[in-house]
Design a protein around this ligand. Structure first.
Ligand SMILES: Nc1ncnc2c1ncn2[C@@H]1O[C@@H]2COP(=O)(O)O[C@H]2[C@H]1O
Length: 256
């Protein structure tokens, strides 16, 4: 399984792109501004876009992707997410006012966009991967994803989440993880805003990791807010956690 981090930032700025992870050639998790780095041919190969939630930094390039592919595709791009997330897209994005309703274009019988609702913990089989939505605890309905390759390698992405015992319980029930991508958006001194916006601080991340029954050797830290990147990295390093932490940058690729 090839995991390409097109974007992983919690904000914007030079070299900063918001969440978009490409897995192999056909699948995306989230459609943040990192998606804009793909070539037209790469975009044409995308078959499924799994969304963690409807916040702008995770969906902002989906409308533009569909416009790029409009009239070129033989089969629709599937957009897979929790029903609440799909409802936000229908009502607030693809509503003819913010953007055309690509679920009926260019033709309602052969549209460029096809919505597919997901349920937490219910696996979805793609051609060569199993994708299982994992619970998340965020300011809006949200999920993370567990992606399993045909060889049984497991990539877990927390999505945007705060610490939550039931989220942790599901992670523990799901079994071992080869690669975990976990968010940490704010430093400790901004815990109030982290709690309000339901993100992890270093202490929350520590709590999460230490309670994982089978913590992975390597943890990739994502969704750092650009203004606080150094502060968060320093705080996490000082915690001396048992897993090796890697502070993700947009553009990195991993193989499992
Ligand atoms: N009370 C709040 N609730 C939610 N988001 C907030 C709040 N205050 C500030 N924010 C910011 O709004 C951002 C929306 O996207 P994020 O969840 O990445 O991070 C959030 C915070 O940086």
């Amino acid at each position: 399984m090839k995991i390409e981090v097109l974007g992983c930032s919690g904000g914007m700025g030079s070299g900063e792109y918001t969440t978009c992870i490409r897995i192999d050639e056909h699948l995306l998790i989230d459609a943040g501004s990192g998606l804009g780095k793909l070539s037209q041919n790469d975009m044409l190969a995308i078959k499924q876009v799994f969304l963690t939630h409807a916040h702008l930094d995770h969906i902002c390039f989906l409308p533009l992707l569909l416009d790029n592919l409009f009239e070129l595709l033989e089969s629709p791009v599937e957009v897979l997410a929790l029903p609440e997330t799909l409802e936000v897209l229908r009502e607030h994005i693809f509503n003819w006012q913010v953007w055309p309703d690509f679920s009926v274009l260019p033709d309602k019988h052969q549209p460029v966009l096809c919505y597919r609702p997901l349920s937490v913990s219910t696996p979805l089989q793609t051609v060569d991967l199993t994708v299982i939505p994992m619970p998340a605890s965020h300011a809006v309905p949200a999920c993370g994803y567990r992606v399993v390759s045909t060889e049984g390698k497991v990539f877990c992405f927390s999505g945007d989440t705060s610490y939550d015992a039931s989220v942790l319980q599901t992670f523990n029930q799901a079994g071992p993880i080869n690669m975990l991508m976990l968010e940490c958006a704010f430093p400790e001194r901004l815990k109030t805003v982290a709690d309000q916006s339901k993100h992890l601080t270093p202490q929350g991340l520590k709590q999460f990791l230490l309670q994982l029954e089978q913590p992975p050797e390597n943890v990739l830290i994502t969704h750092l807010k650009p203004a606080f990147r150094k502060e968060i990295c320093d705080e996490l390093t000082d915690l001396k956690l048992p897993s090796t932490l890697h502070f993700l940058s947009s553009g990195e690729t991993f193989f499992l």
